[in-house]
Design a protein around this ligand. Structure first.
Ligand code: BG6
Length: 486
């Protein structure tokens, strides 16, 4: 079967920075299905050749010298086509339809419609695809990929789902969260379900708490106007952080397919204890980096959180009483995404006399998602010499040492999956809605007029001082360590 990837929003950043480099890389590695066509649609008037030339430059830029191959690009470029047009014009979309039919030449073709547009166009494009009969699967599968943000709260996500379902079946819908395309995130499933040594301790009996941190060094930069209405909760928590929580906390699926995996993930969301507004304030800390309100596009009096830390309780047999701390921020000390499984202290501390409390940290499993992808197990070792002095040492697995070559970019496996019809790594309608249901109360509480002014932190800190104090008040501390890149 042939494939066509139709990109709406073709002249945007996402297309040139992520989608085309990912497709080019799949092609270079021999993974792109044969007879794949890429058709870009957006308003900028351009010929096929002009679009190819501009994509060549951006892809080369993105890849750097090491992984761009002129020869492979020459082989890839003829599969790229461009159709100028306005998403809101029925005639332009009808012309796109004719162009696709001409390019496909009546052969059975699996088509992916990729919505890389601004979110306000998601619903109108879906309507147009429906009225032009472009969702019908008479001549091959039709799938639609929808980027984040999928709604801005539970209500908008629900109505977007309902609208999409008037045209597409749920099995045709691929809601993308690029975190699930990361090798090190998929590896959490391997770590947990392809090994037997972790699962017996992966529960409330041995685990004290879990910390999931997505720290970014960058500020909001040029995205101020989007970010100011979104904030860290909508931008990072509803999607990426909850996805990391789900794969960490889920039960083993009975088989590795889209429905079995997503059923288990949704059960985790179902088990998260709902919070009412009166408890939300204690269940989290927010912050804003100094200088945020002078960023372009940001309101001078903005109270938008650029940092957030929240505590969620998963009420099921495995996790009852084990808090999950989720934390993310911009303008933090360094870029690191990591999941720290904090184990309990031994029941009897035999060597307490010779080791100060600060030296008696509990065991940790640190799953480094990026940029130093790997896993470290921290455990105590006797320092050679007299007595029983201890030091925390580690077993250290690093992708860079173990596997040659670069890790694939998250969009590569995800694009391949939607072309071949595997939705395991995409969010289902209920998953997205339940995620909003968990995050909405925090958004509402943090926007409430009763909240004190937002605490400010200096760029380069690990969020506001209140975040450290909040953890300490719960008898715990954040694991603040910037990864060492080798
Ligand atoms: C995006 C957010 O979804 O994820 C950005 O909108 C954020 O604000 C980005 O910077 C982080 O992705 P990654 O892959 O760099 O961790």
């Amino acid at each position: 079967m042939s494939h066509t990837v139709v990109i709406f929003g073709a002249s945007g950043d996402l297309t040139s920075r992520k989608l085309i480099p990912a497709l080019a890389s799949l092609q270079r590695n021999g993974l792109l299905p044969e007879n794949t066509k890429i058709v870009g649609f957006s308003r900028t008037p351009m010929t096929d050749d002009a679009w190819r030339a501009s994509l060549r430059a951006t892809t080369e830029d993105h890849a750097g010298n090491a992984s761009f191959s002129a020869e492979s690009w020459e082989a890839f470029a003829p599969s790229i086509h461009y159709q100028p047009g306005d998403i809101s014009s029925a005639e332009d979309l009808a012309r796109l339809k004719e162009r696709l039919e001409a390019l496909e030449g009546g052969r059975p073709t699996a088509r992916v419609y990729y919505l890389a547009t601004a979110p306000q166009f998601y619903a109108p494009v879906v309507t147009a695809l429906g009225s032009l009969g472009m969702a019908s699967e008479d001549s091959g599968p039709r799938r639609i990929v929808i980027e984040k943000p999928f709604g801005t709260d539970l209500d908008t996500a629900r109505s977007l789902n309902a609208h999409i379902h008037t045209v597409f079946q749920e099995s045709q819908v691929y809601r993308i969260d690029h975190y699930l395309g990361k090798e090190s995130v998929q590896n959490i499933l391997a770590l947990r379900f392809a090994n037997t040594i972790f699962e017996p301790v992966w529960n409330r009996r041995y685990i004290d708490h879990v910390q999931i941190t997505v720290a970014e060094e960058v500020t909001v930069g040029r995205r101020g106007s989007y970010y100011d209405s979104s904030g860290v909760l909508r931008d990072m928590f509803q999607n990426h952080l909850l996805q990391l929580l789900m794969v960490t906390a889920m039960e083993a699926p009975v088989r590795f397919n889209a429905d079995a995996v997503r059923n288990e993930k949704v059960k985790v969301l179902d088990a998260i204890r709902p919070l009412d507004l009166s408890h939300v304030a204690d269940a989290g800390v927010r912050g804003q980096y100094a200088g945020y309100t002078t960023e372009p596009g940001v309101a001078a009096s903005s109270q938008t959180a650029t940092f957030g830390a929240i505590r969620l309780e998963v009420d099921n047999w495995r996790w009852q009483g084990v808090p999950f701390y989720l934390r993310s921020g911009k303008a933090m000390s360094c870029r690191t995404t990591q999941i720290v499984i904090g184990f309990r202290q031994p029941p009897l501390e035999l060597f307490a006399a010779e080791n100060a409390r600060s030296q008696r940290e509990a065991n940790r499993l640190v799953i480094q998602i990026q940029p130093a992808e790997g896993i470290q197990l921290h455990f105590h070792t006797k320092v050679p010499g007299d007595g029983m002095r201890l030091r925390l040492t580690d077993l250290n697995f690093q992708y860079s040492r173990e596997f040659a070559g670069r890790l694939p970019e998250a969009y590569e496996p995800l694009l391949l999956d939607c072309m071949t019809g595997d939705a395991s790594l995409f969010a289902r309608a209920d998953e997205v809605e339940k995620s909003w249901g968990i995050i909405d109360p925090f958004v509402r509480a943090w926007q409430s007029v009763d909240m004190a002014p937002i605490p400010v932190y200096e760029p380069g800190d690990w969020g506001p001082a209140a975040s450290t104090a909040w953890m300490q008040a719960q008898g715990r501390s954040w694991f603040d360590l910037c990864p060492v890149l080798t």
